[in-house]
Design a binder for this molecule. Sequence first.
Ligand code: G3P
Ligand code: MG
Length: 235
Amino acid sequence: MSCESKSEGPLIIGHRGAMGYETENTLASVEKALSLGVDMIEIDVFQISSGEIVVFHDERVDRLSNSAGLIKEYNIFDLKKLILDGGHQIPMLQDVLKLMKGRAALNIELKDTQIADNIHQIVSGYSQKPEWSEEQFIVSSFDWEELRAYRGYSPQGRIAVLTEGDPLEAIPVAKELGAEAINPHFTQLNAGNVAKLHEAGFKVYTWTVNDPADYQKLKEMGVDGVFSDYPDRMK
Ligand code: G3P
Ligand code: MG
């Protein structure tokens, strides 16, 4: 099942929250995306050494924090001491879920391996809460093996297959996984391949679109959703 856009046109998906305005993948970025009225928010996740799922894009903390090293090697105690640009902390997935309270759908992008079980447990738990529903969660990854693992744990959960290359090449794995969508980089799309992806039964959610002129062209091609750092520019 897919979500309806709040307005006519493709779903507007806040990329790492609304990273054009606030430090990516922070609670402030998520709150900013919500304030801009997005249909969905995308975040990236890793599992750290003490077992928690945390919201972060890079394998290393160097680019965004006052420290260095692999995110996976941090435990929760040391992670809490990291300070990101703007004075923010790295949130846990549960912090984002508690903040959002089902006010938009959530795309959880798996950046790590062997986390499918943990993600499934968290999504299932929150799906039972009154403010959330199962249909609001979609899990994506460039790591198709991890998506296979997720499908093993979650027979019904929504899945999107991320791809950097020719999106038509992702059709076989998307079929095998029972995926809802194929998510290509926007420069890989044209009216012809969007139509073929639709004929094959898939939605097309494309990243990362920040120029309103690109958005207009993609809308005319018939894409079903766009990820943007500046969701308010996608009108
Ligand atoms: O899910 C869309 C987009 O987030 C994929 O690329 O590197 O921004 O995680 P990246
Ligand atoms: Mg991402």
